[in-house]
Design a protein around this ligand. Structure first.
Ligand code: PMP
Length: 355
């Protein structure tokens, strides 16, 4: 920390993203990326023609892409907001809607960025403990008079709650905003998008980073009432009006036109999830039921940190946190069948080595 940093950030602990090693080739199962490349049409869309227009700023209103999303998801243009990854959407949510009078609540085990934004904006926040087996009990969120963020399916657990449960939290906190972070919704979960028409205090947030194989493009999108979308716009135009770049917009539009490719990939990931979970069961692991493109698993004989380090030494990266309530566990992204076979082979080796 330099002596110039504002005192208001002295205690801020920044988010630590998953490792993105540039030195050697790992079987990379640590940041929930898709193992599948973008559809061929995406590569074409960001080819020389669009790249040749990089001297020009992109459309700050992102009209072409928003129109495509509106048609695809059956909503109106004014219900859609685009951002530089859903991380930026989250940033705008905390910036726009939360303050001393409007505190925010989220699950105690969830996406690690939520408390970082709360600290960044010096917000009062509540981390609501999950119940037994990392289950989210929606009654903990009903009528609490706070803004709420719920990742559904949750990360890193992979567990999901139903749309009707989320609806209870939205309905019983009408004076506060509920943000449902659906980064992992396309791997078997049920989206809250249909509720957006009914509840002006609901934001549903999704990303192109997982299901649409575009983590490197950085694009998130939110559905909400025109009032909430207007508030997010205000944050965007007060920080960076060109927050989505030209190449990413072109790539994203092409993914929508090639939806079946991504639906097929999601099916493969769901099959590989079942395959990996069953194989880990046989090895004596406990794995939570997941509706995401990752699983949360623990080994009876090797603690989470040891397993993470042993796998890394063998060229397989998974994610582990030292936080006491989840230190036994590792989060493993579901990749291709080949990647999962390497992962399982390395796990077997480790189990043999520790006896
Ligand atoms: N929400 C959750 C629950 C996540 O796990 C992640 C990514 N790891 C994000 C949001 C952010 O995704 P992105 O910024 O790539 O859209």
């Amino acid at each position: 920390m330099s002596r110039y940093l504002s005192a208001r950030f002295a205690d801020l602990e920044a988010y630590v993203p998953g490792e993105q090693p540039q030195d050697m080739q790992y079987v990379k199962l640590n940041t929930n990326e898709s193992p599948f490349p973008p559809a061929p049409a995406v590569l074409k869309a960001i080819g020389a023609e669009e790249a040749g227009r990089l001297n020009l700023y992109p459309d700050p209103e992102c009209r072409v892409l928003r129109q495509k999303l509106a048609e695809h998801y059956g909503v109106r243009l004014e219900n859609i907001f685009l951002a530089n990854g859903s991380d930026e959407l989250l940033n705008f949510f905390f910036m726009a809607f939360c303050d001393q009078e409007r505190p925010v609540a989220f699950p105690e085990v969830s996406y690690g960025f939520y408390p970082v934004y709360a600290c960044l904006y010096r917000l009062p926040y509540t981390e609501i403990p999950l119940r037994e087996g990392f289950r989210l009990d929606i009654s903990d969120y009903c009528g609490i008079h706070k803004n709420i963020v719920i990742a559904n399916p949750n990360a890193p657990t992979g567990r999901a709650v139903s749309v009707s449960e989320i609806e209870e939290a939205v309905r019983t906190n009408p004076d506060h905003v509920v943000m449902v972070d659906e980064a992992y919704i396309d791997f078997g979960g049920e989206s809250c998008l249909p509720l957006v028409e009914k509840y002006p205090n609901l934001l549903v947030c999704q990303t192109f980073s997982k299901f649409r194989s575009l983590a490197g493009g950085r694009l998130g999108f939110a559905f909400g009432s025109p009032e909430l979308i207007g508030d997010l716009d205000k944050m965007k135009y007060s920080t960076n009006s060109y927050n989505v770049n030209r190449l990413t917009m072109a790539a994203a539009a092409a993914t929508i036109e090639n939806d079946q490719y991504y639906v097929d990939n999601s099916r493969k990931i769901q099959e590989n999830r079942a395959y990996t979970t069953a194989a880990l069961d046989k090895l004596g692991f406990e794995t939570l039921p997941s509706l995401a493109n990752f699983i949360f698993t623990r080994c009876k004989s090797v603690d989470g940190g040891t397993l993470y380090r042993a796998l890394k030494a063998k060229g397989v990266l998974v994610r582990h946190w030292d936080k006491p309530s989840i230190a036994d566990w590792c989060r493993v992204t579901i990749g291709s069948r080949e990647q999962m076979d390497v992962f399982l082979a390395k796990v077997r080796e480790i189990l043999e080595e520790v006896g």
